[in-house]
Design a protein around this ligand. Sequence first.
Ligand code: 5GP
Ligand code: SF4
Ligand code: MG
Length: 468
Amino acid sequence: CGVMAVYNHPDAARLTYWGLYALQHRGQESAGIASADGQNVNDIKGMGLVSEIFKDDVLLQLPGHMAIGHSRYSTTGDSALLNAQPISVESTKGLIAIAHNGNLTNLGNSKERLERDGAIFQTTSDSEIIIQLIAHSKETTLVDCIADSLSQVDGAFSIVMMTRNRIFAARDPHGFRPLSMGRIAGVDGAPDTFVFASETCAFDLLHAKYERDVKPGELVMVSEDGVTSRYFNTDEKQASCVFEHVYFARPDSRIYGRWVQQSREEMGRTLSRESGVPADLIVPVPDSGVTAAIGYASESGIPFNLGLIRNHYVGRTFIQPEQRVRDFGVRMKLNPVRSLLEGKRVILVDDSIIRGTTSRKIVRMVRAAGATEVHMRISCPPTISPCFYGVDTPSTKDLIAANNTVAQICAFIEADSLAYLSHDGLLHSCTLGEKEGGLTKDSFCTACYTGIYPSQVVDVTEILPAPQ
Ligand code: 5GP
Ligand code: SF4
Ligand code: MG
């Protein structure tokens, strides 16, 4: 998912809309914006793309100097309008709206306990648990209630919250998902505007300056009194999602203090060093394979060209929850360029093989367009384990690398050769040259490549509330 928040701007909802527009790649199922003017909170949510839901006249219904927004990509809870965010709950603590990126694990007995205390869940999404825990917290001040709530849930959460007059931003103690803070300087002595976004690419459109990341375990509050911060948990070791650098984030974003473009290009260079093969042409699988392929080409000296053209009017296929949609999507989305591929030994570079079905179609497509050899290179290690922290990888039985050797996968996708980036090569690529600000190799989650999870995981879908 993508989350966004704006504090202190006359056109807060419009800025949030622009931010969500830049974060659209993080989720395309539904989107929503809630705005507040100090008194009233309004929200509008819908299914589909941000631009489809928020036409100009719709934004006019969202007045106020504060807003939060969300673009959803479902991991737990149904893909339905009732689970679109922000979720707003009116409680004894006042009205609280939340937008959540991530996935909670180990809700423990929170749901039963909350329902005993009279909580009525409005959604089937795990994110609402956080709000209900705030509403039922025994602490006195709101910020204490929020810290109390956040310290009770496990898993991945980068969240923004809004009350009638305050904005909160927080990141889980492992720092699984990114969340950055930016600032727009006030004009003519007016106070500055503060913004929060899942990725820094959302700041560019707003002319906001990146200020810093929200830290793992940190709760930031923005109010009339300015920005304050506190930690609700400092006991966990940082385990930030490496897959953000591999695939999820945009190359023009700085994630965990490092440009995604730099990591991705280095993944390609390292991959070329680790498993080069004689060829005539490097072809990325667009868009996710492009930056790594550029790195691969620069390291190998083999020419790079766009031998597959992507139709950009079709959404990211894997983000559609239905397998049926995914299968049809591949043919709609990619088309080979025969004039480039004919008679060539081709190296295809892509970010991941998940089920292998897309990759097989692409290999067949490139061969049918006249390539004499098709070698597949993947810019991360084999995906052997599902993600419980907010990326919708299928269960182990559907992960081709969990059940097959690289040679078997190569045979399945019908490639002449197949190689993956090593685990060391991946971490090298995400840390190279970073002296300050960037993460160290041991600060990443790589569980989908190792099966070693940084926190205990429970399948939360079994304990989630039923819709009311
Ligand atoms: P596959 O060959 O596994 O069917 O698809 C691989 C390609 O589709 C890659 O380009 C990858 O970006 C994308 N993809 C397809 N399904 C998924 C999925 O469930 N998760 C992720 N992370 N990527 C997927
Ligand atoms: Fe990221 Fe993989 Fe860890 Fe999930 S399991 S948070 S996708 S590195
Ligand atoms: Mg792809």
